[in-house]
Design a binder for this molecule. Structure first.
Ligand code: HEC
Length: 131
């Protein structure tokens, strides 16, 4: 046990945190013709949904791409399009490859990607009834 200490008068140096939001916006140039390299290409969501069902992605990844028994969640935030194409063409694990012979048109994958991007995420927990 120590004797009484005089109060230090420690004032938390709660320095005024100034958030300067004047950061120059990074100009994202999407030069025509260059599209698709960084940004996801245009895709037809309805068509993408049909493909997702008919070529069987849904069977493993769930109808909404939400993930299922046999495959992980894909949407609403799928990997960038170039990686997506590479993956689907030559997956690393147990997923069957959708080669160019099987699925020649890259637009099909763009449509599927658009479908996945358009999914809504899970509902917030607050909508669940109390236990
Ligand atoms: C037979 C089940 C099956 C089918 C059908 C299937 N997948 Fe998969 N997919 C998987 C599994 C399992 C993984 C996890 C990694 C692995 O084992 O390849 C995966 C992983 C992925 C990934 C990588 C996800 C990540 O975050 O790493 C993408 C993208 C993907 N699948 C897209 C598709 C698309 C698009 C289709 C339809 C063209 C499809 N998959 C059809 C089973 C399947």
């Amino acid at each position: 046990m120590h004797g009484r200490r005089s109060p230090h008068g420690v004032i938390g140096a709660a320095g005024a945190v100034v958030l300067a939001l004047g950061i120059a916006g990074q100009a994202m140039q999407a030069a025509p013709g260059e599209q698709g390299s960084v940004l996801a290409p245009e895709g037809d969501i309805e068509r993408g949904k049909n493909l997702f069902m008919t070529i069987g992605c849904y069977a493993c990844h769930g109808i909404e791409g939400q993930g299922g028994f046999a495959g992980p969640q894909l949407g609403p935030d799928p990997m960038a399009f170039p990686a997506f194409v590479r993956y689907v063409r030559a997956p690393g694990g147990t997923m069957p490859p959708y080669t160019e012979t099987l699925l020649p048109d890259e637009q099909d994958l763009a449509d599927i990607h658009a479908y996945l991007r358009a999914r809504s995420g899970p509902a917030p927990l607050s909508v669940l009834p109390p236990p």
